[in-house]
Design a protein around this ligand. Structure first.
Ligand code: THU
Length: 133
């Protein structure tokens, strides 16, 4: 595995956050997904006047990765300007669990340098997944 330094990953997520399209919430979020081979896929939140169409930064990064052929995704970082490191929303937890797997690493970060590192299954215990289908 060609894992990239966590500080570098966090910088990539922080940079991606600058592209956030968030005119309604003014809450900018950045994310980066890392593949096992060290490829990085960034994302930011993209809002819409029809609010429910809003895409979170994590899902943008995940869809970017999947849609360019990446499959073996090992780590995701999410960052925002929050007092405590930002936790992904429920929809993103489900997508991370599905597309990255229960043992993938999720890093919650904020702009002041705090980090919380956990697995996808810790973030979404008792997940609904393909085993129930
Ligand atoms: N948001 C994310 O991008 N990721 C999260 O994990 C939580 C929320 C975005 C969605 C919306 O554009 C804004 O933050 C406020 O909810």
């Amino acid at each position: 595995m060609n894992q990239i330094d966590l500080a570098e990953l966090i910088d990539a997520a922080r940079d991606a956050r600058c592209f956030a399209y968030a005119p309604y919430s003014n809450f900018a979020v950045g994310a980066v997904v890392e593949s096992r081979t060290g490829e990085l896929f960034t994302g930011c939140n993209v809002e819409n006047a029809s609010y429910g169409l809003t895409l979170c930064a994590e899902r943008v990064a995940l869809v970017k990765a999947l849609s360019t052929g990446a499959r073996d995704l090992v780590r995701v970082v999410v960052i925002a300007d929050t007092d405590r490191p930002i936790p992904p929303c429920g929809a993103c937890r489900q997508m991370i669990h599905e597309l990255m797997g229960p043992d993938s690493v999720v890093v919650l970060a904020n702009l002041t340098g705090e980090r919380i590192v956990m697995t996808a299954s810790e973030l979404l215990p008792a997940a609904f997944d393909r085993n129930y289908l």
